[in-house]
Design a protein around this ligand. Structure first.
Ligand code: TRP
Length: 353
C-alpha cells in the first residue's frame, strides 16, 4: 500500500507562522520521516481565483512567495513534488464529474464554506466556482491517490466532503478512488494560532500576522505590541494565561531547551505561567523571551529564504518540473476514472463498438 501525501495552500499572501505551526512544520517532518512514498505540495492558484477573480495579479505575485516559503521552511524538491494547481488541467475535469455526486444542499451545509461566505460578505452573490471549491479540493486529493492530507482543523469539513465523494464514486462506478485521512497538528495550541491582536484568525487584512519571512526588527515590533491580559497592568498584578496571545504562542513554539538558554529562572513553560498567574512577572519580560524563541525557529528559515531568493530561476524550474510530474500523475488517475465511468469510448475494454 502506497503512502501518499497531498496538501497545499492558496497563494493569496506570504505564509505566516500560523501556517507554519498549523501545517508547514509538520509537512517538513513528514517529508523527512521517510514514511511516505510520494509527497505532493500544491500551490492552489485556481482555488485562490475562486474568490479573487478580479485580482489575478494578487494570486500570480504570490506564487513565487509561497514557493519561497515552502523551500525556506525546509520542503526539499528532491523529496517533495511542488507544483501549481492550474498547470494540472485534469483536476478540472475530475471536478466536473464529481459535481454530479454532490448536492447543492450538501455544499450549503459545509461549515467551512458557510464561514467563508460570511467572512467575505458574499451574501447572495457567491461565485459558483467558490461555492464548489470543496469539490475541486476532492479532485486535488484524489487525483494523486493521497492517503494522508496534513492540514489545519479548518479543513476538516473539506476532507469529510472528499471522503463522501470517494465513497459515492466507488459505490457508483466501482472501486477506483482512494479515501484519504486527515492529519491534524499534534499540539492542540497550534490548531489555530491567533493574530498578534488576539483575534481568532491571522489575516493580512487585519494586519495581525507574523510572516515566516518577517525580519528580526519587524518581528520584535510585532511581538512587543502583542495582545496580552488587559487587566495585567502592574508587574505585581496576577495575570491571566487564557486568551493571552503571548502564552498561546509560547505553547506552540517554546521547548525546554529555550528555558535553559533564555529564561533559566524557569525549567519549563508551566513554571513561567505559574509565576505570571501569581503576579510579579511582567509582559515585557515574557515578550522578550518569545522574541528569542521565535527567532531561533525563524533564523534558519530566513537564511534559506535568502539563498533561494538569489536563484529565482531555479525556483521556477522546480515548479515547472513538479507541475509536469503532477500532470502525469493526475492524467493516470483521470484515465482510470474515465474507464470506471465507461466514458473512454474508444478504448479496448469500453469501446463503443
Ligand atoms: N484549501 C486549502 C487552503 O485554503 C488549499 C487546498 C486546495 C488544499 N486544495 C487542497 C489543501 C487539497 C489540502 C488538500 O489553503
Amino acid at each position: 500500500m502506497n503512502n501518499i501525501i497531498l496538501t497545499g495552500d492558496r497563494p493569496t499572501g506570504r505564509l505566516h507562522v500560523g501556517h507554519y505551526v498549523g501545517s508547514l512544520r509538520r509537512r517538513v517532518e513528514l517529508q523527512n520521516s521517510g514514511n511516505f512514498d510520494k509527497i505532493f505540495i500544491m500551490i492552489a492558484d485556481a482555488q485562490a481565483l475562486t474568490d479573487n477573480a478580479d485580482n489575478p495579479e494578487k494570486v500570480r505575485s504570490n506564487i513565487l512567495q509561497v514557493a519561497l516559503d515552502y523551500l525556506s521552511a525546509g520542503l526539499d524538491p528532491a523529496k517533495s513534488t511542488l507544483f501549481i494547481q492550474s498547470l494540472v488541467p485534469e483536476l478540472t475535469e475530475l471536478s466536473f464529474y464529481y459535481m454530479n455526486l454532490v448536492t447543492v444542499s450538501r455544499l450549503q451545509r459545509n461549515p467551512t464554506v458557510k464561514a467563508e461566505i460570511q467572512m467575505r460578505n458574499f451574501e447572495t452573490s457567491i461565485p459558483v466556482g467558490f461555492f464548489t471549491y470543496p469539490i475541486s479540493q476532492a479532485a486535488d486529493i484524489t487525483a494523486f491517490k493521497a492517503t494522508v492530507v496534513p492540514v489545519g482543523e479548518d479543513q476538516m469539513p473539506m476532507l469529510e466532503q472528499c471522503q463522501e465523494i470517494v465513497r459515492k464514486f466507488n459505490a457508483t462506478y466501482g472501486e477506483t478512488l482512494v479515501e484519504p485521512k486527515i492529519l491534524l497538528p499534534e499540539n492542540q495550541a497550534c490548531l489555530r494560532l491567533p493574530g498578534t491582536d488576539g483575534k481568532a484568525k491571522m489575516s493580512k487584512s487585519l494586519g495581525n500576522c507574523i510572516y515566516l519571512s518577517e525580519t528580526e526588527e519587524d518581528l520584535k515590533t510585532k511581538v512587543m505590541s502583542m495582545y496580552t491580559d488587559p487587566n495585567h497592568i502592574n508587574v505585581s498584578d496576577p495575570g491571566q494565561i487564557e486568551g493571552n496571545t503571548v502564552f498561546t504562542y509560547l505553547d506552540c513554539f517554546s521547548r525546554p531547551e529555550h528555558f535553559a538558554e533564555y529564561a533559566p529562572d524557569y525549567s519549563c513553560l508551566d513554571e513561567m505561567k505559574d509565576h505570571y498567574k501569581r503576579g510579579g512577572l511582567g509582559d515585557v519580560k515574557v515578550k522578550k523571551f518569545l522574541i528569542k524563541v521565535l527567532n531561533e525557529e525563524l533564523s534558519p528559515i530566513r537564511a534559506r529564504r535568502a539563498e533561494w531568493e538569489a536563484k529565482l530561476p531555479e525556483v521556477c524550474e522546480i515548479l515547472k518540473e513538479g507541475s509536469r510530474i503532477a500532470h502525469e500523475t493526475a492524467a493516470q488517475t483521470l484515465s482510470e476514472v474515465r474507464a470506471a465511468m465507461k466514458i473512454d469510448y474508444f478504448s479496448k475494454e469500453n469501446g463503443l463498438v
